[in-house]
Design a protein around this ligand. Structure first.
Ligand code: ZN
Length: 221
């Protein structure tokens, strides 16, 4: 017969016993958990937070509602399967793929505001993809949609920039932010040679793409 301690279903440890302390403490601090368990728990928390934020934003964020409506009008549909929260390795907050839709990097989103800006940015790409037949392998096309996404999404409104980077040049500041972010995105494109190349391409398409604020009449705040 087997050892009875491995047969009987485990009773919860009584309060105050060493095992009770170990469990309580490990739940509080993550102590005693393996690295893998800790990561899995964090991913679960991040995923829930990200999905809750998306749900909230789809109901209450004017910019997200507006963009989703325009995407629908253009014949697209962004639902649960095309806006997905997933953990990402590199430092970006989100991405758009014509095949899979919007990716939100659940482990890199700070809060609901950051999630809103990121979702709006990716929805501008989705809108552009539907309306303008973007060739994602063409650097100029890519630069154009990045300029529009950074400018129109709200991620470059002066308040956030001013608070997080201490820049106070309001009028030129928005443009500088858009230019910087678009250049960073283009530099990650597989066809881009280096940062200077990215800056050059952004510059080439800047005037027409920055001025094109469809479907917004003016820069959304
Ligand atoms: Zn982008």
């Amino acid at each position: 017969m087997a050892d009875s301690s491995t047969q009987t279903p485990e009773a919860p440890p009584a309060r105050g016993e060493p095992e009770w302390w170990r469990r309580t403490f490990s739940q509080m601090t993550g102590m005693g958990l393996s690295e893998e368990e800790r990561r899995a728990r964090k991913a679960e928390r991040d995923c829930k937070k990200c999905n809750d934020n998306v749900k909230y934003l789809k109901r209450f964020s004017p910019i997200v509602i507006f963009l989703l409506q325009n995407i629908r009008d253009a014949g697209g549909n962004m639902d649960k399967s095309t806006i997905q929260c997933l953990p990402c390795d590199d430092m970006q907050a989100g991405g758009f793929s014509p095949k899979y839709g919007v990716l939100l990097c659940q482990n890199h989103l700070r809060d609901r505001g950051h999630t809103e800006d990121t979702l709006a940015h990716e929805l501008v790409h989705a809108y552009d993809h539907l309306r303008f037949q973007v060739d994602w392998m063409d650097l100029r096309h890519h630069a154009c949609t990045e300029i529009r996404a950074s400018s129109l999404s709200g991620e470059c409104r002066w308040t956030r920039e001013a608070f997080t980077r201490g820049v106070w040049d309001f009028t030129k500041q928005h443009q500088a932010c858009v230019r910087r972010r678009a250049t960073l995105s283009v530099a990650r494109h597989p066809k881009c040679e280096n940062d200077a190349h990215a800056a050059r391409v952004v510059n080439e398409v800047w005037d027409s793409c920055f001025a094109d604020t469809r479907p917004f009449n003016e820069i959304y705040r």
